[in-house]
Design a binder for this molecule. Sequence first.
Ligand SMILES: [Zn+2]
Length: 119
Amino acid sequence: MVTPHYTEEYYCTKCKESKNRFDVDKTWICPVCGSYVHIRIITEDKDQACIRILPKDLKPDDYILMNRNDQYRQIFAVKELDDKIQLNVEKYGSWRIPKNMYVLKLIGGWYIKKAGGKL
Ligand SMILES: [Zn+2]
Protein backbone atom coordinates (compact mmCIF):
# COMPACT_ATOMS: atom_id res chain seq x y z
CA MET A 1 0.00 0.00 0.00
CA VAL A 2 1.31 3.39 -0.98
CA THR A 3 1.08 6.31 1.41
CA PRO A 4 0.70 9.33 -0.86
CA HIS A 5 2.47 12.57 -0.05
CA TYR A 6 0.17 15.36 1.14
CA THR A 7 1.09 17.60 -1.79
CA GLU A 8 -0.15 15.14 -4.38
CA GLU A 9 -3.03 16.09 -6.66
CA TYR A 10 -4.87 13.79 -9.04
CA TYR A 11 -6.23 14.56 -12.46
CA CYS A 12 -7.75 12.52 -15.27
CA THR A 13 -6.87 14.01 -18.65
CA LYS A 14 -9.64 12.02 -20.34
CA CYS A 15 -12.44 13.15 -18.00
CA LYS A 16 -10.73 16.55 -17.67
CA GLU A 17 -11.32 16.72 -13.96
CA SER A 18 -9.52 16.47 -10.67
CA LYS A 19 -9.97 13.30 -8.67
CA ASN A 20 -10.23 12.66 -4.97
CA ARG A 21 -7.34 10.69 -3.53
CA PHE A 22 -9.65 8.14 -1.93
CA ASP A 23 -11.24 7.36 -5.29
CA VAL A 24 -7.92 6.52 -6.90
CA ASP A 25 -5.51 5.31 -4.21
CA LYS A 26 -6.13 1.59 -4.70
CA THR A 27 -5.15 1.13 -8.32
CA TRP A 28 -4.26 4.68 -9.43
CA ILE A 29 -6.67 4.64 -12.33
CA CYS A 30 -9.70 6.82 -12.89
CA PRO A 31 -12.84 5.15 -11.44
CA VAL A 32 -14.91 6.66 -14.28
CA CYS A 33 -12.93 5.92 -17.44
CA GLY A 34 -10.14 3.58 -16.35
CA SER A 35 -7.28 5.78 -17.53
CA TYR A 36 -4.14 6.25 -15.48
CA VAL A 37 -4.66 9.20 -13.17
CA HIS A 38 -1.98 11.84 -13.45
CA ILE A 39 -0.38 12.56 -10.11
CA ARG A 40 1.27 15.83 -9.23
CA ILE A 41 4.68 15.14 -7.69
CA ILE A 42 6.50 18.10 -6.22
CA THR A 43 10.11 17.49 -5.32
CA GLU A 44 12.81 19.92 -4.24
CA ASP A 45 13.32 21.46 -7.66
CA LYS A 46 10.64 19.99 -9.91
CA ASP A 47 6.86 20.01 -10.31
CA GLN A 48 5.98 16.98 -12.42
CA ALA A 49 3.13 14.79 -13.58
CA CYS A 50 3.56 11.09 -12.91
CA ILE A 51 1.45 7.96 -12.93
CA ARG A 52 1.69 5.03 -10.54
CA ILE A 53 2.05 1.77 -12.38
CA LEU A 54 3.00 -1.78 -11.59
CA PRO A 55 6.61 -2.61 -12.37
CA LYS A 56 5.68 -5.18 -15.03
CA ASP A 57 4.15 -2.35 -17.07
CA LEU A 58 7.35 -0.32 -17.10
CA LYS A 59 9.44 -0.25 -20.28
CA PRO A 60 13.08 0.50 -21.01
CA ASP A 61 13.61 4.26 -21.39
CA ASP A 62 10.87 5.11 -18.90
CA TYR A 63 11.90 7.45 -16.10
CA ILE A 64 10.96 6.61 -12.53
CA LEU A 65 11.21 8.17 -9.11
CA MET A 66 12.53 5.66 -6.58
CA ASN A 67 11.78 8.05 -3.74
CA ARG A 68 11.01 11.70 -3.23
CA ASN A 69 14.50 12.73 -2.26
CA ASP A 70 15.92 11.23 -5.41
CA GLN A 71 16.21 12.33 -9.03
CA TYR A 72 14.27 10.76 -11.90
CA ARG A 73 16.24 7.80 -13.23
CA GLN A 74 16.03 6.00 -16.52
CA ILE A 75 15.15 2.33 -16.71
CA PHE A 76 17.40 0.20 -18.88
CA ALA A 77 15.69 -3.17 -18.51
CA VAL A 78 12.70 -4.85 -16.90
CA LYS A 79 13.03 -8.50 -15.96
CA GLU A 80 10.45 -10.75 -14.37
CA LEU A 81 11.80 -13.02 -11.63
CA ASP A 82 9.91 -15.68 -9.66
CA ASP A 83 8.35 -13.42 -7.09
CA LYS A 84 9.76 -10.01 -7.97
CA ILE A 85 10.47 -7.66 -10.79
CA GLN A 86 14.04 -6.57 -11.39
CA LEU A 87 14.54 -3.11 -12.82
CA ASN A 88 17.91 -2.04 -14.08
CA VAL A 89 18.06 1.59 -13.09
CA GLU A 90 20.36 4.39 -14.20
CA LYS A 91 23.19 5.11 -11.72
CA TYR A 92 21.70 2.61 -9.31
CA GLY A 93 21.81 -0.90 -10.76
CA SER A 94 19.42 -3.72 -10.04
CA TRP A 95 16.34 -2.77 -8.07
CA ARG A 96 14.26 -5.80 -7.11
CA ILE A 97 10.78 -4.97 -5.94
CA PRO A 98 7.55 -6.86 -5.26
CA LYS A 99 5.33 -7.31 -8.30
CA ASN A 100 2.49 -5.47 -6.61
CA MET A 101 4.52 -2.41 -5.61
CA TYR A 102 3.44 0.68 -7.55
CA VAL A 103 6.21 2.80 -9.02
CA LEU A 104 6.07 6.48 -9.98
CA LYS A 105 6.67 6.93 -13.68
CA LEU A 106 7.37 10.37 -15.11
CA ILE A 107 4.92 11.71 -17.68
CA GLY A 108 6.04 15.35 -17.95
CA GLY A 109 5.71 18.70 -16.25
CA TRP A 110 2.65 19.47 -14.14
CA TYR A 111 0.15 21.63 -15.99
CA ILE A 112 -2.73 22.62 -13.73
CA LYS A 113 -2.45 25.82 -11.76
CA LYS A 114 -4.74 25.10 -8.85
CA ALA A 115 -6.06 22.06 -7.04
CA GLY A 116 -9.56 21.47 -8.31
CA GLY A 117 -9.00 23.89 -11.16
CA LYS A 118 -10.09 23.35 -14.71
CA LEU A 119 -7.95 23.48 -17.80
ZN1 LIG B 1 -11.29 9.53 -16.26
